[in-house]
Design a protein around this ligand. Structure first.
Ligand code: PAN
Ligand code: ZN
Length: 199
């Protein structure tokens, strides 16, 4: 719902609840569902991803429940982002990851449930990894591509909040990949260089 104030169309006040176990909000406008069959290419072993889909059927790896908040300066968009547990080979289930189209826009992720990491990389080669545990909050500065990774055994539920006009640039990461990957090694999450990374 919107309302006009001083010639500006703004969102009217509202609230919602995000279920602390499932991460599903009691109110949303749009649901994005990402299935492994469409995401095989983001994994190092994309053939293993395709084989999993052939053998087990398609797998829902993450969901994003969004409110339709105008994509304009001044508004804040937010969602419930849920990455399900699982692995392709040794690589944990994760989001596609993106830069913001407006590179200078930052984002905050509040972790509600689960365990994992936020992988952050700039086009200039800066890199950071921050852990997600319930209650932990990650600040993603502008200019950093960001991807959330579930290294646990339960859903990783996060509340991302970002400027309305940030926009999403998926194309750059689709082309280059991230420089780093988080994989399981000796039973522990471990960062390795991505052999498929192209600059
Ligand atoms: C988040 C992400 C969400 C899903 O709302 O969009 O976690 O990740 P991908 O967009 O990479 O598929 C966000 O970072 N918004 O800017
Ligand atoms: Zn973002």
């Amino acid at each position: 719902m919107t309302l006009e104030i001083q010639n500006q169309r703004i969102v009217t006040p509202f609230s919602l609840s995000i279920h602390s176990e499932t991460g599903i909000p009691d109110n949303h406008d749009t649901l994005i569902e990402r299935y492994l069959s469409k995401l095989a290419d983001i994994y190092l072993d994309s053939e293993a991803a395709e084989a999993m889909v052939r053998e087990k059927g398609d797998i829902l790896t993450y969901q994003v429940f969004e409110k339709d908040i105008p994509e304009v300066n001044g508004e804040l968009r937010f969602c419930s982002s849920i990455v399900y547990p699982g692995k392709v080979g040794d690589e944990y289930f994760m989001t596609k990851g993106h830069f913001h189209s407006r590179r200078d826009t930052a984002e905050i992720y509040y972790c509600i449930r689960g365990e994992g990491f936020m992988l952050m990389e700039t086009e200039e080669g800066a890199y950071a990894l921050e852990a997600f545990t319930p209650g932990r909050t990650v600040y993603v500065p502008g200019y950093y591509a960001h991807r959330s990774i579930n290294t646990g055994t339960e859903p990783l539920v996060m509340l991302p909040i970002y400027p309305g006009d940030a926009g999403h640039d998926y194309g750059t990461i689709e082309h280059t990949g991230f420089k780093h990957l988080v994989v399981e090694s000796d039973g522990k999450p471990t960062v390795i260089e991505n052999p498929k990374y192209t600059n």
